[in-house]
Design a protein around this ligand. Structure first.
Ligand SMILES: Nc1nc2c(ncn2[C@@H]2O[C@H](COP(=O)(O)OP(=O)(O)OP(=O)(O)O)[C@@H](O)[C@H]2O)c(=O)[nH]1
Ligand SMILES: [K+]
Ligand SMILES: [Mg+2]
Length: 373
């Protein structure tokens, strides 16, 4: 039996099983099995080479990558063509785009790669259409832009989320506070910080056994942890370090707001992690780009030589929370050895220019002049 059939069988069994206290263990175990099988779907088939299950063959470039993910004809290619110089084919029929089309968004000296992708359909996680490839490409990005059609039913968002969650992409959620460490011997040791509301020992032992983790240490720190959280931790790629799935943050982008009522527009615009736009009317595009930049958690720092205007067409890109020392490292590895002080203009400066040391935390669009010994 293939993986897809096994998944179907388990899903079928879960549907048949009534949810109650008596079936809780069984359902938990099934969920564990399901998660493991779904992860297998993303692995390339033996002998299939690099193409199956992996992303498209587009190399990463620039300071960050944003993937455009969504159902067909929501306007992904239209958006790419709007914000980059690349033209991706746009048409009123589904699956116009059949492969990944990269473009470059220039954003105040930063270069962001935008990846236009084929539309995904329900069942993408099981390998329908280009689903798996799209999802793999999305996982390699620094931000997933979930492009949605504002004229379609609200369900599309939940459907899209379900497809992504099914393959372990956790959308804007904190990792569960569960500690798990594989051991060589000693059996399964389980402890709780406080009595968990949705988990119990028997269920956890069953799931661990199913995953053949017979020797391990588990500490559940979060009383609200669910069986799904627990499975996520088991499935994390580097179990020993309990790394959360590397999941990029995501932003919901509703397009085609030219076709909806003001009332509905207002409702959409107030949802979390959401921006609205109309590519057709050129409405809200700048907001979308600004929000995406914020979600990337990056900052643009401009350097300035003494007596010369700063060059705003080229920025040093650092992570949110970066200090002057990180900025120095971006310029040259040995710069901080000859560092004397820096002058800062911009949001992080108390007065301009402020004279600061290596530990000063910079802000987006700061201008910095580094003075060396
Ligand atoms: N009314 C309206 N139509 C739009 C808007 N943006 C795009 N469209 C139309 O929507 C249709 C689909 O646009 P595409 O950009 O091809 O959509 P896509 O998501 O790339 O589609 P696939 O590649 O097939 O998945 C085209 O006919 C566009 O002209 C918008 O803001 N408002
Ligand atoms: K289309
Ligand atoms: Mg397209």
């Amino acid at each position: 039996m293939g993986v897809s059939e096994k998944i179907k069988e388990i899903e079928e069994e879960m549907r048949r099983t009534q949810k109650n206290k008596a079936t809780e263990y069984h359902l938990g175990l099934l969920k564990g099995k399901l998660a493991r099988l779904r992860a297998q779907l993303l692995e390339p088939a033996p002998g299939a080479g690099a193409s199956a299950g992996t992303g498209f063959d587009v190399s990463k470039s620039g300071d960050a990558r944003i993937a455009l993910v969504g159902f067909p004809s929501v306007g992904k290619s239209t958006l790419l063509s709007k914000i980059t110089k690349t033209k991706s084919e746009v048409a009123a029929y589904s699956f116009t785009t059949l492969t990944a089309i990269p473009g470059v968004l220039e954003y105040g000296g930063a270069e962001i790669q935008i990846l236009d992708l084929p539309g995904i359909i329900e069942g993408a996680a099981e390998g329908k259409g280009r689903g798996r490839q799209v999802i793999s490409a999305a996982k390699t990005s620094d931000l997933i832009m979930m492009v949605l059609d504002a004229t379609k039913k609200a369900e599309q968002r939940a459907l899209l989320e379900r497809e992504l969650e099914a393959v372990g992409i956790r959308l804007n959620r904190e990792p569960p506070n569960i500690y798990l460490k594989a051991k060589k011997a000693g059996g399964m040791k389980l402890s709780f910080m406080s009595t968990p509301k949705y988990l119990d020992e028997k269920m956890i032992y069953n799931i661990l056994r199913d995953y053949k983790m017979l020797n391990c240490e588990v500490l559940i720190r979060d009383e609200n942890a669910t069986v799904d959280d627990f499975i996520d931790v088991i499935m994390a790629p580097h179990r020993r370090y309990i790394k959360w799935y590397h999941t990029p943050p995501s932003l919901y982008v509703y397009n085609k707001i030219d076709c909806i009522s003001m009332q509905f527009l207002d409702q959409l615009a107030h949802e979390d992690h959401t921006v609205v736009m109309s590519c057709e009317l050129d409405l809200g595009i700048t907001d979308v780009v600004d929000r995406a930049w914020q979600e990337l958690n990056l900052m643009r720092i401009y350097t300035k030589r003494k007596g010369v205007q700063p060059d705003f067409s080229e920025a040093l890109i650092v992570r949110q929370g970066a200090t002057v020392e990180d900025v120095c490292d971006q310029v040259h590895r040995s710069l901080k050895e000859s560092f004397k002080y820096a002058l800062v203009w911009g949001a992080s400066a108390r007065h301009v220019p402020q004279r600061v040391g290596l530990g000063h935390v910079v802000a987006d669009e700061d201008v910095i002049s580094i003075v060396t010994k």
